[in-house]
Design a protein around this ligand. Structure first.
Ligand code: KIV
Length: 278
């Protein structure tokens, strides 16, 4: 059975760190789940790492739903969160509700929304009151890259840290069950984490957050267009994929693949019949 939001929130009280990774496809989601990751996020980062777009703003609902369904079919234990993409919650409350419901129907247990304008807060309240759990996202919010002007660390002084705390408290009051803090000094996210009831999940937010999230392609070493300073690379899957494909090309070209063991073979008498065919 998948973890509930209550269980995730209890981890904060118990002091157990919460683990979150992104996944976009069935088999990756299955192995992350089997490894014991607490929450799996179908992040709109898939725009870049799975679909090759420039920004997360380029991905739409239709695409997000395909990946959410694939991940949901695989996950048995983790809580699955679908990222509400750009334009899916900025238009009106009814459209936000419809899109969030599509994600729940696709198998997600919760959705994530960036920002905390009055409009977003209103949307969050509406979803939560109607039984859809919402995770917030503050600090650097990739959808607002055009107004932020690049991948910039947020909360770099006391005043701005206090502003982000106030935003986080608004998300908490609106009913968010957790909040992502992206690209913030560790003391700033610690200050916020200590003042919230709900768990904070850091990405480039330092070790004092209640949990950590990474884009799985960064962790696995599969995406090389951009390497964030905060992402620890545990493997070099891109080299593994490259070397395996090279070996396949070479084996096919020099006749080493497929072998007899990898082929289906006719009975001797059937071979004889074919040989005697005129
Ligand atoms: O889309 C995503 O992967 C995210 C994480 C960076 C938190 O929002």
């Amino acid at each position: 059975m998948r973890k509930s939001i209550q269980k995730i929130q209890n981890f904060k009280k118990e002091g157990k760190k919460i683990t979150v990774l992104t996944a976009y496809d069935f088999s990756t989601a299955k192995y992350l789940d089997q490894a014991g990751v607490d929450m799996i996020l179908v992040g709109d980062s898939l725009a870049q790492v799975a679909l090759g777009y420039e920004n997360t703003t380029d991905v739409g609902m239709d695409e997000m739903l395909v990946f959410t369904r694939a991940v949901s079919r695989a996950v048995e234990n983790a809580l699955v969160i679908a990222d509400m993409p750009f334009m899916s919650f900025q238009v009106d409350k009814a459209q936000t509700m419809r899109n969030a419901c599509e994600f729940i129907k696709a198998g997600a247990n919760a959705v994530k929304m960036e920002g905390c304008s009055d409009f977003v807060i209103d949307n969050i309240k509406h979803l939560v009151q109607n039984g859809i759990p919402v995770m917030g996202h503050l600090g650097f919010t990739p959808m607002s890259i055009n107004s932020i002007g690049g991948h910039k660390v947020q909360g770099k002084d006391a005043d701005r840290t206090i502003d982000i705390l106030k935003e986080a408290l608004r998300l908490q009051s609106a009913g968010c069950f957790a909040v992502v803090l992206e690209l913030m000094p560790l003391q700033s996210s610690q200050f916020i984490t200590q003042r919230l009831r709900i768990p904070t999940i850091g990405i480039g937010g330092g070790k004092f957050c209640d949990g950590q999230v990474l884009v799985s392609d960064d962790l696995l070493g599969k995406y090389d267009r951009f390497k964030p300073k905060f992402a620890r690379q545990y493997s070099s899957l891109k080299d593994i994929i490259f070397n395996v494909a090279k070996a396949f090309v070479s084996d096919v070209e020099n006749g080493a693949f497929p072998s007899i063991k990898e082929s289906f073979v006719l009975e001797d008498e059937e071979i004889e019949k074919l040989e005697n065919y005129r």
